[in-house]
Structures are given as C-alpha cells and as structure tokens.
Ligand binder design. Structure first.
Ligand code: ATP
Ligand code: MG
Length: 298
C-alpha cells in the first residue's frame, strides 16, 4: 500500500516545476532546504506528506539504481536499530529526464529535532541528545553512516526517528563510495563543481564515516540551528557516549563549525550567481530552490 498515488505525485511535480519556472516558490509549502533537495509538503485526503525531490537524472537506469541504494541504506540503518521514517521512492518521467522523490509521512514540526530541543535547557536536552548519539555510535562503520545532524532526527513519543535517507552514505568493503557523489554536486555551477568534486568531497564525506566527525558535526550544527547556548554542556556527553580520545573540546567544535559554515556560504554564493546567470543571461528557469539568504547563527 503506497503513501501517495502516481497521479498525486505527478500533479505535485507539475506544481513544483511551475514554481521553479516562474520563480514563485512562495506558493509552495517548503519544509526544508537541503543542499540539493527540495522538500515540500503535499496535502492529501489521507494526510500530509513530505515530498523530497532529489537531483534529476538523465537516464532511467541511474534513477532506478539510486532508488535501490536508498532501499538498501534504509535496511542497513534499520539493522543497526535505527527507526527510519517510512519512505517511498517514486520515479517520474519528465521531458528532459527523470526525477526521484523521497516521500514520507509529514512529521509534526514540533517533533523535529531542532524544534523539539528549542525550548529546552541543556540538562533537559541531554538525555534526548544522548539517544541520538547512541544511534550514531551503533550505526557508523567504515561502510555505513547516517547523516547524524539534529535536523535529521525526530522525537515522537518514545521513539527517536531518522528521516534523511536521500543521500545514502555507503561504502563497499574496499572503502569505495557506493554512491557516485559527483551526482550530488550537479546543482553546483560547473567551475565550483570541479573543485568540490576533486578536492573537497572526499574530506566532507570521510567526516560522516568517522565517529569524531559525526560528533563535531552534530555539535557544531547546533550553533547553526540557533541552539548555541546548549551545546557546550553537551560536549562531555559526546565524549562519554562516543568514548573519544583525545576528547573533543568546545574550541574544536567551533573551529569545525566555522570551516563548515564558510564552505556552505561559498557554495550558496556560487549558486546564487549561477541562478542569476540562468535567469538573466540564458533566460531559463533555475532548476533548484535556494534557501533564504540569512539562516545561520553563530
Ligand atoms: N518526513 C518529514 N516530516 C517533516 N519534515 C521533514 C520530513 N523530512 C524532511 N523534513 C524537513 O526537511 C529537512 C530536510 O530533509 P532531509 O534531511 O531529508 O534532506 P536534506 O538534509 O535536505 O538532504 P540533503 O542535504 O542530503 O540534500 C529536514 O531537516 C526536516 O526539517
Ligand atoms: Mg538533512
């Protein structure tokens, strides 16, 4: 039994394309701006869904393979005890290729990690964060990694749920990427993309497959989420659950965050320039949604 019917998702894709064509994203119920993913709410008579549109593919085969990878990723995370939000991956044919969606039931916004912790003190937040850390600790291996950031987890009653499966962090037994991450950088303008693919992606991806990297990412990301006040007391929790030696420090987290924020700002600036080029020079719609300009703290 599917979450969303083919006609529903097709109608939805038309709306989204229209919004991209006209640049009128205000009409969409955007739920999240990923680096490349467009996440929008879809209301149906059977409830609301999160529809996350991944980067388009030119070949059907590639889209199929990507959907299989997501299925395998979900299975492997679940085998580690992670409660992954039910996910469907419909593929739609478009005039110029194929688009793949991740469709999930829409979780109430108050349940999403950043919102859930927003009004909590560090000591109230600590047991919840500890549970996320335990899941990260139980799942990160040389061949598997969740994207452990707070925004990818939700708290529903007693359950801690994981929702970000659109970028499967998987490696084979030789340590090679299963996913061709260069497909993930298609949203970047060509000159930036070459640099990112050649020099940066390895460093960024390595970070996910390391417990220390996950810890630094999670804590640094709290600053971005406007939760900078509660992060210092959580550093010892991370050191304890992850058994880190040498222990991580507040200073190390801040430095990690700073370099991450700079990289992010750089890619966003490049994409804005690219969007300008599409619209003004090529007179074509820019095929992605960019996050609003100011959404980082710290
Ligand atoms: N099922 C859902 N219910 C409610 N909100 C969701 C759901 N899925 C995603 N979101 C919101 O959208 C945000 C982005 O979604 P997700 O983490 O899956 O992709 P992403 O991080 O944008 O992907 P990437 O960066 O890998 O392209 C989430 O952090 C969350 O705020
Ligand atoms: Mg995410």
């Amino acid at each position: 039994m599917g979450l969303v019917s083919t006609s529903e998702i097709e109608a939805f894709e038309h709306l989204l394309e229209e919004a991209l064509r006209t640049g009128q994203a205000e009409d969409l119920d955007v739920i999240g701006y990923g680096e490349v993913t467009i996440g929008v709410k879809l209301a149906t008579p059977r409830g609301d869904f999160a529809c996350k549109r991944l980067v388009p593919f030119s070949e059907r085969d590639a889209a199929d393979r990507y959907a299989d990878l997501i299925a395998s990723y979900v299975e492997q995370l679940e085998a580690c005890g992670i409660d992954v939000v039910e996910t469907e991956t419909p593929i739609l044919k478009r005039p110029d290729g194929y688009v793949l969606y991740c469709v999930q039931p829409l979780l109430p916004s108050g349940s999403l990690g950043p919102d859930f912790l927003k009004s909590k003190t560090a000591s109230e937040a600590a047991p919840h964060v500890r549970r996320i850390f335990e899941h990260i600790q139980a799942s990160v291996t040389p061949s598997l990694a969740p994207d452990g950031q707070l925004s990818n987890w939700a708290f529903e009653g007693d359950r801690v749920r994981y929702l970000d499966v659109g970028t499967p962090f998987l490696r084979d037994e030789h340590g090679n990427e299963v996913l061709d991450f260069t497909t993930q950088t298609r949203a970047l303008p060509a000159p930036v993309r070459v640099i990112v693919n050649r020099f940066l992606s390895q460093l960024v991806i390595d970070n996910y497959f390391s417990i220390r990297g996950q810890a630094l990412d999670f804590l640094g990301n709290l600053i971005k989420e406007g939760l900078g006040d509660i992060f210092p007391p959580l550093v010892p929790v991370a050191n304890e659950v992850f058994g880190l030696t040498p222990e991580i420090t507040e200073k190390e987290v801040r430095a990690h965050y700073k370099s991450d924020a700079q990289l992010w700002a750089l890619t966003q600036a490049a994409r804005r320039a690219d969007r300008w080029f599409y619209r003004r020079i090529l007179r074509k719609p820019y095929p992605y949604l960019l996050p609003p300009r100011i959404d980082r703290y710290g």
